[in-house]
Ligand binder design. Structure first.
Ligand SMILES: [Zn+2]
Length: 373
């Protein structure tokens, strides 16, 4: 059996063939349930679908420890079931050099099926070889790509683990996210007054002007070394001969310091209020905090464990600042020491996404060592 025809690679290819764009994970959940059942592991789907709008709930499994270790604290392993678009009709292509790509029309789904495949294969090997392990918990989540919607709706009181490992960090193997940001998205609506632009413009209040002045005032981009601010859309007006009554700005803020994200949003809102006031317009706002920033301290038990596993496998550890979130944002919010570990997914979220067979195998070894530790 050569490497590119291993059971792990075949499993990965099988999983990537399943359509599972965010909020459409049902078929993936069914397949994972069946694969777990082959290992004698029962997967329970939670009732989060009604809250998240997905056609599937999160999938949770508890695997008792070996008789000699059943009293030990379990560890939690996470992967997300969903992909970004375009993710329908994925066709993985295994190349001779050991890279795996999509056919160029969709993402590959290495984000996050390398993780799911590695978790399943590690469990299978542990079962087959009858290796002694502590109790394990596995959580496959929905809609992670939509800012961790599935994990956010999961009932974490079910989780017994105090250490958690998610494999969802796009960087070289051995990396982990030392920090992930708070992510706040917002919509600010400026309301003025419509009027005929030619007959009685003085009766109008031009909401678009206030919105434009607001944008001009904001420190867009990277206002400091740990924060970003973007206005992504501005919609306003109904025609060239009408003074625009409404203007709607939408954007997002990311910051590695939670309070700084909140302060920058306050500043953004203040700018809008000032500009609206100048012309007697009104401001309404709506915002959502999707992620809460965290930083992993050097003594974090999950991190120390991961570093020990890497050194056993001869892989250097790298810390990484990540401006995207992961299910670990949610896990840590629930007081569980979790880290987000690199899995082989390169150019993720593009149709050029790829992985490699050798790194997929390394990931499976990392997962297995963590499970056995
Ligand atoms: Zn991911």
């Amino acid at each position: 059996m050569n490497d590119t025809d291993s059971r792990l690679v075949r499993l990965f290819l099988t999983l990537t063939r399943i359509d599972a764009e965010s909020f459409h994970e049902r078929e993936m959940a069914q397949r994972l349930t069946a694969l777990l059942a082959e290992l004698g592991v029962r997967a329970a789907m939670d009732d989060s679908a009604s809250k998240t709008g997905s056609d599937s709930g999160n999938l949770y499994s508890y695997i008792p420890g070996s008789p000699d270790r059943e009293q030990e604290k379990p560890f939690l392993f996470l992967a997300h079931m969903d992909t970004v678009a375009p993710g329908r009709g994925k066709k993985a292509v295994l190349h001779e050099d050991g890279t795996i790509t999509s056919d160029g029309q969709t993402v590959l789904g290495a984000d996050d099926m390398t993780a799911a495949a590695a978790i399943l294969e590690a469990l299978r090997i542990i079962r087959e070889e009858n290796r002694s392990h502590r109790p394990l918990e596995v959580l496959f989540t929905t809609a992670e790509e939509a800012y961790t919607v599935g994990a956010s709706a999961f009932d974490f009181t079910k989780i017994h683990a105090r250490e958690a490992f998610a494999f969802d960090c796009s960087d070289r193997m051995g990396s982990y996210s030392e920090t992930e940001p708070t992510l706040l998205s917002f919509t600010i609506t400026v309301s003025g007054c419509a009027a005929h632009a030619g007959f009685e413009p003085e009766k109008g209040i031009n909401a678009l002007q206030a919105a434009a002045r607001t944008i001009a005032k904001l420190p867009l981009g990277r206002p400091d070394d740990h924060t970003t601010l973007n206005i992504g859309t501005l919609t306003a007006g109904t025609g060239t001969n009408v003074v625009p009554e409404k203007a709607v700005l939408s954007g997002e803020i990311r910051s590695l310091i939670h309070e700084d994200a909140l302060a920058l949003y306050e500043r953004t809102l203040q700018a809008a209020r000032e500009e609206a006031e100048r012309i007697d317009a009104a401001v309404e706002e709506h915002h959502t905090i999707h992620l809460t920033a965290y930083r992993i301290p050097p003594e974090d038990p999950a991190l120390v464990r991961y570093q020990r596993v890497l050194s056993k496998l001869g892989v250097p550890a790298y810390s990484k600042v990540q401006y995207g979130g992961s299910d670990i944002n949610v896990v840590r919010r629930h007081g569980i020491d979790g880290i987000c570990i690199a899995n082989p997914m390169y150019l993720a979220h593009t149709t050029k996404e790829y992985t490699t067979v050798s790194e997929l195998q390394l990931l499976e070894q990392i997962v297995q060592e963590l499970m056995l530790s």
